[in-house]
Design a protein. Structure first.
Length: 58
């Protein structure tokens, strides 16, 4: 129980940009989430893709 008290008493580091006040830990989590979101948009969807025929008659 003593360790929990020490951890709870320790203050976190915060970044302050005007009205925006965020802890460093939360900022890291948000940045990782944004990177994952960008990768989801860029990387191809996994699975089998059908090859479309090139040229030829319909």
């Amino acid at each position: 129980m003593q360790l929990a008290t020490v951890v709870m008493d320790a203050g976190g580091r915060f970044i302050d940009w005007g009205v925006l006040h965020v802890s460093v830990g939360n900022l890291i989590v948000v940045l990782v989430m944004l990177v994952v979101f960008a990768l989801v948009l860029v990387l191809p969807f996994p699975g089998e893709r059908e090859e479309q025929p090139r040229g030829g008659s319909r």
